[in-house]
Design a binder for this molecule. Sequence first.
Ligand code: NCD
Ligand code: ZN
Length: 349
Amino acid sequence: MTTRLTLPRPDDWHLHLRDGAMMEGVLPASAAHFARAIIMPNLVPPVVTGAEAAAYRERILAALPDDAAFEPLMTLYLTEATDPGDVRAAAEAGIIKAVKLYPAGATTNSASGVRDFDKVRGVLETMAEIGLPLCVHGEVTNAEIDIFDREAVFIERVLHPIREDTPGLRVVMEHITTRDAAEYVAAQGKDLAATITVQHLMLDRNDMLVGGIRPHYYCLPILKRGTHREALVEAALSGDPKYFLGTDSAPHATHAKENACGCAGCFTAPIALSCVAEVFDEAVALDKLEGFVSRHGPGFYGLPVNDDTITLEKGAPIDLPKAVETGAGPVTVFDPGRPLHWHVVAKET
Ligand code: NCD
Ligand code: ZN
């Protein structure tokens, strides 16, 4: 039985760090385990220009603990007014590694997102030309579409047409939550990949809603039925390089989650690797963990696998941290509701 694993240091291909006091509070948890992370641009106001991304990157680097080795990989928030020239310049200067598409109104801080996809055609064509990936929040926002169907409808009505109209566009379908998405990604060519979160590998909608409503399990896209979770686990365990870890760790102060109208987002960063190792171990597939957390993401983004390593050990169930204190209030740490036996013991640079 494997009880110790040393892997190239993992990366997080979808992370919300926020800004200011919240960022200072949550950043050490990601930097302690992950070497790099794709940083989501949905600040208020959003990060829309190359200059704003460069400034946000500086704020993250300034907030890092002294001993941290962590590289934020910046993204731009796509709006209908985004200038293709600015995207090209920011990519060529190495400031950004992707552009993020939020359909307007899909999720937290997405009001400036895209309504009319014809208006972003020029940007998408530029991205296809220079090979810059588009990270997609894959949900439609039409009021008449049931929240549990929004991802599947998005694939048919939005994602597939965009990809057909923009040959060569490289797309990451972020935080996939359904069998429909996993199958769509598997069936397409090498220009399409997907991230999968911790919570969508571990939980289904019953975990969120049976026996009481659990606000810390509420995220977007929303947890789906168990058969979809099973499809995501199959995809993650398949060894297919199209799937990699994007935690979507999305901190909100505890009072904003435990609320009559609670915010969407699970704060998983402190225990993300323990959770993923647990899932792979339960499935007797620890040999596939390194691909999912350390290799497939850099492969898609055209970056080197990290030289440094991380070591995980299996032992007695770990004590979960209850909350991380930040200058913006305590943030409750995701608790998967079952014991976690794997913990990070060492990081070597
Ligand atoms: C994210 C957030 O809080 O910024 N929330 C979430 O539920 N995942 C936004 C997002 O990624 O959809
Ligand atoms: Zn997210």
